[in-house]
Design a protein around this ligand. Structure first.
Ligand code: NAP
Length: 250
């Protein structure tokens, strides 16, 4: 088996960290990329402790120069990347009439511009090897969510971005798919609970009561779905959006 090299963005914590650990367990060498290289070391140490190979990389995915340098560094120090998980994300929730230009730009820049820059910088290695797996994180909020006009636009955009990548890159042996989580227990949902003034445990219970499987999701639930799309076995699955939300969404 060829050892694939994967890059997971926003992998210092939450869904990204769980995904990095999962892809390493699947046999990949993993670049753990996040804003601060120091913050990536926990995930890298966990992977190394389990016998895997990982590299901590600090970069802002919305910055063209930092992205180019980060991807080149991965290629030089870990190997040429053919698996990319665009997971880095932020929220800046507010109702439309109160949303600032900066809150709109920050969210669109990290999710959409970040995924664009990372994918453009990485695709050349995939094309060279005639093999690639791209997984983009969308969200159930792509279907619309009060207070998230910026985030839902970005996460809906991730789905169109994914489908176009699938069309353009398919002839190079590259697939692109999107995973759209529902409520997952991470710092992101904890910060939402804090913003609306709810205890995080109560917030989770309220969310779980609305979900058909009657529980909230864990980062590992999302990593399991990403693992499939990132695998060799998923070569005939491209341009899809998979909701990982404990119930039907479309
Ligand atoms: P999280 O715990 O907040 O982790 C996000 C990570 O992305 C953080 O480590 C953050 O770094 C990093 N990041 C932010 N801006 C970045 C940038 N410009 N460049 C590089 N890294 C950056 O979030 P999560 O809940 O795991 O979410 C992961 C992804 O899943 C996001 O795309 C999110 O939108 C999506 N998602 C989450 C949920 C959910 O319920 N949690 C549901 C649907 C979709 P810092 O800590 O330094 O800011």
């Amino acid at each position: 088996m060829t050892e694939r090299i994967a890059i997971v963005t926003g992998a210092a914590r939450g869904i990204g960290a769980a995904t990095a650990r999962r892809l390493a367990a699947d046999g990949m060498a993993v670049a753990v990329l996040d804003l601060d290289e120091e913050d990536c070391k926990g995930t890298v140490d966990e992977i190394a402790g389990a016998g895997g190979r990982a590299l901590a990389v600090g970069a802002d995915v919305s910055n063209t120069g930092q992205v180019a340098a980060a991807v080149d560094r991965v290629a030089a120090e870990l190997g040429e990347p053919t698996v990319l998980v665009n997971n880095a994300g932020v929220i800046r929730d507010n109702l439309l009439f109160k949303m600032s230009d900066n809150d709109w730009d920050t969210v669109l820049n990290v999710h959409l511009r970040g995924a664009f820059l990372m994918t453009r910088a990485t695709q050349k290695y995939m094309v060279d090897q005639h093999y690639g797996r791209i997984v983009n994180l969308s969200s159930s909020s792509a279907l619309g969510n009060r207070g998230q006009v910026n985030y839902s636009a970005a996460k809906s955009g991730m789905q169109g971005f994914t489908k176009t990548l699938a069309i353009e890159l398919g002839k190079f042996g590259i697939t692109a798919n999107s995973v759209a989580p529902g409520f997952i227990v991470t710092d992101m949902t904890a910060s939402t609970a804090a913003r609306v003034g709810m205890d995080f445990e109560d917030f989770q219970k309220a969310a779980a009561s609305q979900i058909p499987v009657q529980r909230v999701g864990q980062p590992g639930d999302v990593a399991n779905a990403i693992s499939f799309f990132a695998s060799e076995a998923a070569g005939f699955v491209s341009g899809q959006v998979l909701y990982v939300a404990g119930g039907p969404l479309c």
